[in-house]
Design a protein around this ligand. Structure first.
Ligand code: ZN
Ligand code: ZN
Ligand code: ZN
Ligand code: ZN
Length: 366
């Protein structure tokens, strides 16, 4: 994550909607691609103090304060209730009449913005249903619906269990994941070292990119690294996993226990770890914790990135241990895992070029 500054000189963070020093309103300007202070121009419009572009706040910024992005244009030109490019991707929001759901939605949008920032940074293609795109991306944030019981026995209403997952471009996140207590319970139950909202987004987007970039396009190379996804089938693999647990000695070949379940989960888990690494390296580079060799992470050799990441891991893990906290970057990468990361590194590099050159795709973002 890049670092940004207000016109007063104070540092601005990606989540800010107001400068904590001068109280100016701030937001992500799509015209100059950054977090900047905005000021009213006397005609009811905002102006970016960095590039002077006319901007309006996203409807979700004005109304619910779950977004801090701006839209280029003036309120006279734009339709009322206009959503920003990122908010347009969210199709189902939580029931805001339920106490606590507004905060959960806020946390989900924060994590989603971090995900999309990273996709934009490495120039991975995606688009909403409003654009001509082969696999539109969308998000549903939903909670389980419990059956209504009257007098302890009569069941009324429809029960619905929400599964966090991806299907045909739609990423669904169960709202319980946005509750820190519930999430920690699940982390312990599944024996995970970390469980975060952003981790869910980075895992599920791995399934999305499998469908967009691998299916029917790069399957032979994929199978050579991640195995045959049709044998066993996903449902056979899932039954086996929940009956027998992860493969023994999984650390030699897999990034997590869950990755042993099926080829697709192996890909999504490794993809999520790859995005984690890129996000951490980008932040470390921008905050002078380390210096990356080139401007562009995808043009850097994977081996080079891994060396920098391992070096950083040693340092930040020691910082955490000095506070008695679990390791910040606990993963270790055995040679088979490095092969999987290298496949993903190349897949991204190949496709971001292919999409920008041959596909009629003009991202509305940076
Ligand atoms: Zn300021
Ligand atoms: Zn601007
Ligand atoms: Zn928005
Ligand atoms: Zn998955």
């Amino acid at each position: 994550m890049k670092t940004f500054h207000c016109t007063c000189g104070n540092k601005l963070f990606f989540e800010n909607s107001v400068c904590l020093n001068c109280r100016r309103e701030v937001g992500w300007c799509p015209a100059c691609n950054g977090m900047h202070a905005i000021e009213l121009d006397g005609k009811g419009n905002y102006q970016c103090t960095n590039c002077n572009a006319k901007v309006v706040k996203c409807f979700n910024y004005i109304t619910y304060n779950v977004c801090n992005r701006l839209i280029a244009g003036s309120w006279q030109q734009l339709p009322a209730q206009k959503l920003c490019d990122y908010c347009q991707l969210t199709e189902t929001i939580p029931d805001l009449s339920v106490a606590g759901n507004a905060t959960k939605w806020y946390n989900l949008e924060v994590a989603k913005r971090r995900l999309l920032y990273l996709l934009d940074l490495i120039r991975l293609p995606y688009a909403s249903k409003n654009e001509q795109f082969e696999l539109p991306l969308s998000f549903d944030f939903k909670e389980d619906i419990e059956p209504t019981t009257v007098l302890g026995w009569l069941s009324l209403g429809k029960e619905e269990k929400v599964f966090t997952g991806h299907a045909n471009g739609k990423i669904t996140i169960n709202l319980a994941e946005a509750d820190p207590v519930e999430r920690e319970k699940m982390r312990v139950q599944f024996g995970e070292t970390q469980r975060t909202l952003i981790g869910h987004f980075r895992h599920e987007i791995g399934h999305y990119y499998w469908q967009l970039l691998v299916q029917g396009k790069d399957e032979a190379a994929y199978k050579a690294i991640f195995g045959d996804y049709e044998n066993p089938t996903y449902s056979q693999a899932m039954d086996f996993y929940y009956k027998n647990g992860p493969k023994p000695n999984w650390r030699n070949n897999y990034i997590s226990a869950y990755a042993t379940m099926h080829s697709w989960e192996d890909f999504a888990e490794t993809w999520g770890t790859y995005l984690d690494m890129i996000a951490v390296l980008d932040t470390a580079d921008n905050t002078d914790l380390l210096q990356l060799p080139g401007e562009d992470l995808q043009d850097t050799q994977l081996e080079e990135l891994l060396i920098r990441y391992a070096d950083l891991s040693l340092k930040v893990n020691e910082v955490n241990r000095s506070l008695g906290l679990p390791d910040l970057l606990p993963e270790t990468f055995s040679p088979p895992i490095v092969d999987k990361l290298r496949y993903i590194h190349r897949l991204i590099k190949k496709n971001r070029l292919a999409y920008s050159q041959s596909f009629n795709y003009t991202p509305a973002r940076n």
